[in-house]
Write a protein that binds this ligand. Structure first.
Ligand code: MTE
Ligand code: MO
Length: 198
């Protein structure tokens, strides 16, 4: 299917695209805590909860019927590898915003993933135009170990924010550390400022 929109992440347009302390690799390492979850699409749901007027739950077919955005972006993992020119395809967080009425008190997004994994983002970072719930990588369905069926992609922050096996987003008033943030990773994670650890 043709994407409705194609975006180039602004970081890929920088003259020097590699943030301090990073090196470029052609590999695509697999990194996560625990086992790769087995996901049944018939049972899969995407939940929008917290500070919204009315919470919503979308089935996989409802979710994948939303407008498709393509994003070209770089990956910066806090373990120092950077992988340039990745083409992701999926549902932009902007499309999620159109599905609910977010209450003014909401200041942070907590992304939830299979097995209780979470990560926290300020609203501004979550709704940046290059942020995606991706279903495809370089034209192909995501591999299970890279987050099938749906993973978050936040090009402008370290890759631990890009939750694999995403299942929903919760809007909250106060920042709350997610899985890796509780284990010493930075609450924000900007690679250009080397926000690696707290
Ligand atoms: N659900 C989930 N998502 C996760 C993680 C995790 O432990 N669980 N780890 C993060 C970290 S630390 C990194 S570096 C990237 C790695 O993604 P990749 O395996 O596709 O390279 O996934 C992120 N998303
Ligand atoms: Mo990581």
């Amino acid at each position: 299917m043709k994407p409705d929109k194609t975006i180039t992440s602004p970081d890929t347009l920088r003259k020097d695209r590699v943030p301090p302390g990073q090196h470029v690799t052609q590999n695509f390492p697999v990194l996560h805590h625990g086992d790769v979850p087995a996901i049944d699409l018939n049972k899969w749901n995407f939940r929008i909860t917290g500070l919204v007027k009315k919470e919503r739950t979308l089935s996989f077919s409802e979710f994948t019927a939303l407008p498709i955005t393509q994003v070209l972006s770089d990956i910066h993992c806090v373990t120092t590898w950077t992988r340039l020119d990745n083409l992701w395809e999926g549902i932009s967080t902007g499309a999620i915003k159109d599905l609910v009425q977010i209450l003014p008190a909401a200041k942070f997004a907590i992304v939830h993933a299979a097995g209780g994994f979470t990560t926290n983002l300020p609203m501004e970072d979550f709704f940046a135009e290059d942020v995606l719930f991706a279903m495809k990588y370089n034209g192909k369905q995501l591999e299970p170990e890279h987050g099938y069926p749906v993973r978050l992609i936040v090009p402008r922050l370290y890759f631990w924010k890009s939750a694999k096996w995403a299942e929903g987003v919760e809007f909250v008033a106060e920042d709350r550390p997610g899985f890796w943030e509780q284990r010493g990773y930075h609450m924000h994670g900007d690679p250009w400022k080397e926000e690696r650890r707290t």
